[in-house]
Design a protein around this ligand. Structure first.
Ligand SMILES: CC(=O)SCCNC(=O)CCNC(=O)[C@H](O)C(C)(C)COP(=O)(O)OP(=O)(O)OC[C@H]1O[C@@H](n2cnc3c(N)ncnc32)[C@H](O)[C@@H]1OP(=O)(O)O
Length: 427
């Protein structure tokens, strides 16, 4: 089917960098594309502050000036400057693609495609080897080379029936209610210490810690304001949980729900103490958790995992913007020496053959004219990059072609990660 070009559909403007004074209009376009329900003033103010305008683009149509000035904003996209942990613990610059929208009046005319083109060219020019995002719909970004790389666990735990067995040392952990804002620095310190240990975690940029405290009444869905419990061991802060409680009463009595927002612990005993606390809050019978790591310990401590109703969900999508730099930035849990034949129609600078040699200490990845061992698209490399999706599984799905026998299994082991990659919060 022939598609109108951006020119014959009336969208003539190319994406251009946002100006600070255009933010309200630009953000208004985004909000409308997400249904138009207004955000609270505090949420709006924080996002205005966090937006990196010099890394944000918009498409403006019908303005008087040559650059579309004064026209309508019909497309938006931003790219936070993040540092993301990769296997081995290095922090790699990653553009956090965000706030993507196209006005419904201008959909399916190539506006998103033009923004993705501009943005990936920019990310490359900034020297950032990775672009990452969470997708409103998984079908959108594969064509631009993004692959689903991390998954999260959601659960609705029936705490009236499920018991938790905790490891030794759990009773040494002391918990205390605190005002969330009063202990934000202590919580951030815990968070920062966890970042290098898990691929996919993002070092928080200044100001991001305040996102976790935003608590507009409209977002509570009948639950309490945000509550916080701080964990200490031997006087030192070792973890925290932020949560809400939604009360409910049935004919049989109380059946409230604890809704977990965030939980972090520096050691297994602290984590277990926090989970035990959440399981046991009086007048509740459900613990609702979303977006947890897929390998989190509580799953192996419960008496009945089925009554926890676990559910997997795709989370972080990864795009290798510079294949060589990205693959060389992580380590490999078993030695790898493999030539990839990479297909990348959207970022052709990545296409062709690359030799990756590496182990648990480091890696190099260079262009080569040697014959290929494995053939795949950049999207599969993105999926496998953090060790959360195995190259072997992608091969079994027909998405990686093994050219040299044995190469797939060897590379698959090397790319794995002992700790499941995890993105703790959206952006
Ligand atoms: C990281 C984030 O911010 S995720 C948030 C993404 N934004 C939203 O979901 C808000 C609501 N939706 C929108 O604003 C728009 O529909 C967008 C941004 C998803 C798509 O914008 P458009 O300008 O319509 O996309 P564009 O015309 O460039 O489409 C390019 C291709 O992607 C396809 N496509 C676009 N959106 C979708 C979708 N939601 N599902 C499946 N395919 C899609 C198009 O059909 C087209 O395919 P083709 O090249 O085979 O013809």
């Amino acid at each position: 089917m022939e598609r109108p070009t951006s020119e014959d559909s009336g969208v003539t403007a190319e994406p251009r960098v946002l100006r600070r004074d255009e933010w309200d209009t630009w953000y208004g376009t985004l909000i409308r594309a997400f249904s138009g329900v207004p955000e609270s003033a505090e949420v709006l103010a924080l996002y205005r502050e966090l937006t990196q305008v010099d890394r944000s683009i918009g498409v403006w149509e019908g303005g008087s000036g040559g650059d579309g000035e004064g026209g309508a904003c019909v497309g938006t996209a931003g790219a936070f400057a993040f540092g993301m942990t990769v296997p081995g613990g290095a922090r790699v610059p990653a553009a956090g693609v965000t706030m993507v929208s196209v006005a419904a009046t201008h959909r399916r005319r190539g506006v998103l495609t033009s923004m993705m083109r501009r943005q990936l060219d920019d990310v490359r020019a900034w020297g950032e080897p990775l672009a990452v995002l969470t997708a409103s719909e998984p079908a959108i970004y594969g064509r631009f080379g993004y692959g689903a790389a991390t998954f999260v666990l959601n659960a609705e735990i029936d705490t009236s029936r499920v018991r938790l067995s905790v490891p030794a040392g759990t009773d040494d952990v002391r918990l205390r209610y605190e005002e969330p804002a009063d202990v934000i620095d202590a919580c951030e310190e815990v968070y920062a210490r966890l970042v290098p240990g898990r691929p996919g975690m993002l070092a928080r940029r200044p100001g991001w810690e305040r996102l976790a405290l935003l608590d507009p009444e409209s977002g509570r869905d009948g639950a309490s304001p945000l509550q916080c419990v701080l964990a200490r061991r031997g006087g030192e802060v070792t973890g925290y949980a932020r949560f809400r409680v939604r009360p409910a009463w049935g004919s049989e009595g109380p059946r409230g729900t604890v809704v977990l927002d965030e939980l972090a612990g520096l050691d297994p005993a602290t984590e277990a103490a926090l989970w035990r606390f959440l399981f046991g809050i009086d007048l509740t019978s459900t613990l609702a958790v979303r977006g947890r790591p897929v390998d989190e310990a509580w799953q192996y401590q419960v008496s009945d995992v089925r009554r926890c109703r676990p559910e997997l969900r795709d989370a972080l999508y990864v795009r290798l913007v510079d294949v060589g730099a990205a693959l060389a930035a992580r380590t490999y849990q078993a030695p790898v020496d493999v030539v990839f034949e990479v297909e990348d129609a959207f970022c052709p600078w990545n296409a062709g053959r690359w030799r990756l040699s590496g182990d648990a200490k480091g890696a190099s990845c260079e262009r080569t004219s040697d014959p290929a061992d494995l053939a795949l698209s950049v999207r599969e490399l993105g999926s496998a990059y953090l060790g959360g999706v195995s190259l072997g599984s992608l091969g079994a799905a027909g998405r990686v072609r093994e050219v040299r026998g044995g190469a797939l299994a060897a590379a698959s082991v090397g790319f794995g990660s002992d700790v499941a990659p995890w993105l703790p919060h959206g952006f």
